[in-house]
Ligand binder design. Structure first.
Ligand code: GLC
Length: 791
C-alpha cells in the first residue's frame, strides 16, 4: 500500500495524512446525523443542517474539489515583523511540519511554521447541533512572541444553489446581531424548489458563532475582510493592527475573530469556537446551548461524548480477518461512510451539490445501517414510508425537512422499500412495524404492510410484450432512461429483482395468512422466472432489457453495451436460474467486465448518443454508468460470488474494490472510503481515476457483503443462517455481532482451506445440525464453525 500521503493508525480507526499536498482534498464528515460538517485534511469544507440544499450553514465554494475554499481558516500574524501565515497549512501554504488525522467524528490538524506550533481539532458532538473548533498555539521560539490570531468562518444561511448563483443579492437578506463574543445570523428570505413545488418565506433557523475567549475584535463583512482584487491568500483586513469596523446586516457574511496575544517561550494559548444552529423560535441571547459553549470545559465533555458515540456505534459489528485493510474498512471507515449516506443521501460532497436524498438510495443505506443501529433504521423506514401513494408508487425523493415531493418516474423504488422492511423484520423480529399507520401522499393513510403490498401489486401486472416488467424511464440504472419511454420497453434486471423480492416476501405473507397474495405472487413469480429463462438468455449471459421496439439491449455480438452487469449479478442473487447458468453469468462478467479495480457496469462502452437507450450513452465512454468500474454494481457482484460459494472470487473482488490499496496519484480520491466509480478501461488514458467520493450505495453493500455473505452470518425468517464463503488461504476469521440484543462471537476455522461449506457448528459448546441457528436466547452466545465438507 502506498504510504506516500498517509496511512492508517494501528487499529485502523484513524487515517493519518502526512502532507498537505494530497492529489485532491481528502475529507471527513463530522456529523451527529443532523448537523454535518465536511472537513478536509487542511480544514476546508462546508456545513449544513439535515438538508444541504436548503439548510446550508458554512459556505460551499464553487470549486471546492480543487481550491478547497472557503475553509475553517486560522490566520496567524507575527506582530513583530508582520509575517502572516495560516494554521492547517492552507491556503497560504507555509508549514514546516504537518499531520492531519481523520477519525470517527473528528479531524485534527497539526502544523507549524515560524516556530509556532498550531494544533486544530474539529468535531460535531452527538447532542448539540454545532461544529466545535479548538486551536492551540505553542511558542517554540526561545524568545517571547506577540501574535494576532484570526479565525474565519464564511456563511450561506439557507439555500446553497441560490448562494452560488446570486451571492450578492442573497446578501441583502442577511441579518446579524453582534454581542461581546457572539454573532447571531438570520436570513429574511428562504426559497426552496423541490421538484415542481416551491416554498417561500424567511429561513426558519438562526445560526450562532461563539467562542470561549473574548476576542479583541470582530468583523462580519466579507467584502471588507478580503478587499478588492485579493483572496484568502492575502486578505486586506489583516494589514491594519486591528480588524476594521464594518456593518453586517445586508452584507455577504463572514465571522472573523481577532485575538491579540503574547506568548513566552514554551507557552501555549488556546481558544474554542462553536458554530451551531437554533430553531427560529429560540431566544438566542439566553440559549443554554449557546451560553454553555463559551466555557472551554463544555468542549472537553462534548469531545468525550463524540468519541464514545462513534466507538459504541462501530462496536455493533467487528471482524478479525488476516487482512488488516479489510478489517479497517469494515470495523471503522465503511460504517462512517454508511452513516453519512444514510443521513444525507447522495447530495453533500465536494463533487455533488444539489442532488436530493432519493428513495432507492435511502432504502439501501438503511440496509447498511441495519446491523449497527436497527432503531435508527426503524425511524427512517417510518419516515420514508410517508413518501408513497395509494397505488403503490413512490416519490423519487424523501427529504428530511418536510418539503413536498413528486411521484417518481423510476419504476423500481417500491421494491427497495419492501426489501429493506423485510430485512428489518429478520434482523429485529419487530413485526409491529408492519401495522404502523403512515400518511399517504395522495391523502389518507395506510399501514407499512399495506404500502409494501401496494408496491408489489403495482409491479406484477405492469408488464410488456415479453411479460417482463416495464422499464419506463429507468430502473436501478438511472441513466438508461430512454429504453422504455414509449411504454413498451422492458427490464430483465427488474424481472429478476421482482422475482427476488417476492421470494423474500412470501414467508411473511404466509405468516400473515394472506393466502390470495401468496398464490398470486407465487404464480407471477413463476411466470417471470420462466420468461427470464426462456426469452432472455443468450448463451453466456442474460439480456439487460428490451427496447420499445422489442429489440434487445445487452446481447452477444452487439458492438456496444453487449453485456450489462446487473442482469448477471441479480440472476445469481435472485437464484432465478439453474446453477450452470448462474456460474456462466459470473464467468461472463469477469471475462468481459473485469478490471484491476473492480467490474465495469457494461461492456463495451457507448461511443455516441443513442436516443433509444438514454443518458448513459452520452457520458464520456468509460465514465459513470457508461462502462466505468461502478463500485455499487460491483459490490452487488461480491454478494453474488459469495452466494455461489466462490469465496476466493468474492474476496478477490472485495480487495480490488478497496480504496486503500490503490495508487493515490492515479486514483486521487480518499483511500479510506469508496467512490462512486473508477474510470473504466474504455478510457485508457484515465483508467483507474476515482470519481465522486463518499456518496454511494457501495458502503452499505460492502458492509453487508462481508458480514452476511463472506463471513456468511445472516438473519433469515426462522433463524440465523451460517454460510461462509472465504478465501481458502484464511485459516480462521471471527466476527462479533449484536443480533436482537444478544452479543454473538462467531469463530470460523477453515482447516482444509475450502472456499465454502460448513462441516460442524457448535452453539455455546453444543453441536447443532444444519446451518440455521435459532434466534438468541441469552445475552451472549459463542458460535464455533468449522468449514469443510458437511459430515
Ligand atoms: C447512483 C444513484 C443510484 C443509482 C446508480 C446507478 O449511484 O445514487 O440510485 O442506482 O447511480 O444509476
Amino acid at each position: 500500500m502506498s504510504q506516500k500521503y498517509g496511512h492508517l493508525n494501528d487499529d485502523g480507526s484513524e487515517y493519518i495524512i502526512t502532507t498537505p499536498r494530497t492529489p485532491r482534498p481528502w475529507i471527513n464528515y463530522l456529523t451527529n446525523g443532523d448537523y454535518s460538517a465536511l472537513c478536509s485534511h487542511v480544514g476546508g469544507g462546508f456545513s449544513f443542517y439535515k438538508d444541504h440544499r436548503y439548510h446550508s450553514i458554512l459556505r460551499r465554494g464553487a470549486h471546492v474539489q480543487l481550491d478547497d475554499l472557503p475553509a475553517r481558516l486560522w490566520y496567524i500574524k507575527d506582530e513583530g515583523n508582520g509575517d502572516t501565515w495560516t494554521a492547517n497549512h492552507h491556503p497560504i501554504g507555509v508549514s514546516d511540519t504537518f499531520e492531519a488525522r481523520h477519525g470517527m467524528g473528528y479531524t485534527t490538524i497539526q502544523s507549524s511554521a515560524n516556530l509556532i506550533d498550531a494544533q486544530a481539532r474539529y468535531f460535531v458532538p452527538p447532542n448539540v447541533d454545532a461544529e466545535l473548533w479548538t486551536m492551540t498555539l505553542t511558542n517554540k521560539r526561545d524568545v517571547p512572541v506577540s501574535l494576532s490570531i484570526y479565525s474565519l468562518a464564511e456563511f450561506v444561511l439557507g439555500n446553497v444553489s441560490l448562494d452560488q448563483h446570486e451571492s450578492q443579492i442573497m446578501a441583502l437578506f442577511n441579518e446579524v446581531e453582534e454581542a461581546k463574543r457572539t454573532l447571531i445570523l438570520r436570513k429574511t428570505w428562504w426559497h426552496t424548489q423541490n421538484g415542481w413545488a416551491e416554498v417561500e418565506g424567511h429561513w426558519p433557523k438562526q445560526v450562532f458563532l461563539t467562542t470561549s475567549q473574548t476576542p479583541t475584535r470582530m468583523l462580519t463583512d466579507r467584502n471588507i475582510f478580503l478587499g478588492p482584487f485579493r483572496g484568502y491568500h492575502n486578505p486586506a483586513a489583516l494589514e491594519p493592527e486591528l480588524l476594521p469596523d464594518g456593518p453586517g446586516s445586508g452584507k455577504d457574511l463572514v465571522g472573523v475573530y481577532q485575538w491579540r496575544i503574547e506568548l513566552a517561550p514554551g507557552e501555549f494559548w488556546s481558544t474554542q469556537i462553536a458554530i451551531g444552529i437554533l430553531p427560529e423560535t429560540e431566544d438566542a441571547a439566553t440559549s443554554t446551548t449557546l451560553l454553555s459553549l463559551q466555557d472551554s470545559a463544555a468542549y472537553e465533555d462534548a469531545w468525550q461524548q463524540t468519541t464514545a458515540y462513534w466507538h459504541n456505534l462501530c462496536s455493533g459489528l467487528r471482524i478479525a480477518t488476516p487482512d488488516p485493510q479489510i478489517n479497517a474498512m469494515i470495523n471503522w471507515w465503511n460504517k462512517l461512510q454508511v452513516m453519512v449516506n444514510f443521513h444525507f443521501g447522495r447530495g453533500p460532497s465536494y463533487y455533488h451539490k444539489g442532488q436530493y436524498p432519493a428513495m432507492r438510495d435511502s432504502c439501501q443505506d438503511a440496509f447498511g445501517v441495519m446491523p449497527l443501529a436497527p432503531k435508527l433504521v426503524r425511524a427512517k423506514l417510518l419516515r420514508i414510508a410517508g413518501f408513497f401513494f395509494a397505488d403503490g408508487a413512490a416519490c423519487g425523493g424523501c427529504n428530511r425537512i418536510d418539503l413536498p415531493e413528486d411521484r417518481s418516474i423510476k419504476v423500481d423504488l417500491p421494491l427497495w422499500f419492501v426489501l429493506v422492511v423485510l430485512d428489518y423484520l429478520r434482523e429485529t423480529g419487530d413485526l409491529g412495524i408492519l401495522d404502523e399507520l403512515v400518511p399517504l401522499m395522495d391523502g389518507g393513510e395506510s399501514t407499512v404492510l399495506e404500502k409494501m403490498l401496494a408496491g408489489v401489486d403495482r409491479m406484477i401486472d405492469e408488464r410488456g410484450p415479453h411479460g417482463l416488467p416495464l422499464i419506463g424511464q429507468g430502473d436501478w440504472n438511472d441513466a438508461a432512461n430512454a429504453i422504455g419511454t414509449e411504454g413498451r420497453g422492458e427490464s430483465v434486471w427488474l424481472a429478476q429483482f421482482l422475482y427476488f423480492v417476492i421470494q423474500q416476501f412470501l414467508p411473511l405473507l404466509k405468516d400473515r395468512k394472506l393466502a390470495e397474495r401468496v398464490s398470486t405472487y407465487s404464480e407471477r413469480a413463476e411466470e417471470i422466472r420462466e420468461i427470464v429463462n426462456a426469452s432472455c438468455w443468450n448463451g453466456d449471459w442474460y439480456v439487460r432489457a428490451f427496447k420499445d421496439d422489442g429489440s434487445p439491449v445487452g446481447v452477444k455480438g452487439q458492438a456496444e453495451g453487449a453485456i450489462w452487469i446487473n442482469s448477471q449479478t441479480w440472476a445469481v442473487i435472485s437464484d432465478i436460474s439453474p446453477r450452470a447458468r448462474l456460474e456462466a453469468c459470473l464467468d461472463s462478467v469477469e471475462a468481459h467486465m473485469g478490471s484491476a479495480w473492480g467490474l465495469t457496469n457494461l461492456a463495451p462502452g457507448f461511443s455516441k448518443p443513442d436516443e433509444t437507450i438514454g443518458l448513459i450513452t452520452r457520458f464520456r465512454k468509460g465514465w459513470k454508468e457508461n462502462a466505468a468500474v461502478f463500485s455499487h454494481a460491483s459490490s452487488f457482484n461480491v454478494v453474488a460470488r459469495a452466494l455461489l460459494g466462490r469465496g476466493s472470487d468474492a474476496i478477490d473482488l472485495f480487495r480490488r474494490l478497496l480504496p486503500l490499496g490503490k495508487d493515490p496519484d492515479l486514483y486521487c480520491m480518499e483511500p479510506y472510503v469508496y467512490s462512486q466509480f473508477v474510470v473504466g478501461p474504455d478510457c485508457p488514458e484515465e483508467h483507474g481515476r476515482g470519481c465522486y467520493h463518499w456518496l454511494t450505495g457501495t458502503a452499505a453493500w460492502m458492509l453487508r457483503a462481508m458480514s452476511d455473505y463472506i463471513i456468511g452470518v445472516r438473519a433469515e425468517w426462522d433463524g440465523i443462517r451460517i454460510a461462509p464463503a472465504l478465501d481458502p488461504a484464511w485459516p480462521s476469521v471471527s466476527m462479533e455481532r449484536t443480533i436482537r440484543g444478544s452479543r454473538y462471537c462467531f469463530q470460523i476455522e477453515n482447516p482444509d482451506g475450502v472456499e465454502s461449506g460448513v462441516r460442524t457448528i457448535e452453539l455455546d459448546g453444543t453441536p447443532i445440525s444444519g446451518t440455521l441457528l435459532p434466534f438468541p436466547t441469552a445475552p451472549t452466545h459463542g458460535v464455533k464453525i468449522i468449514m469443510g465438507t458437511p459430515g
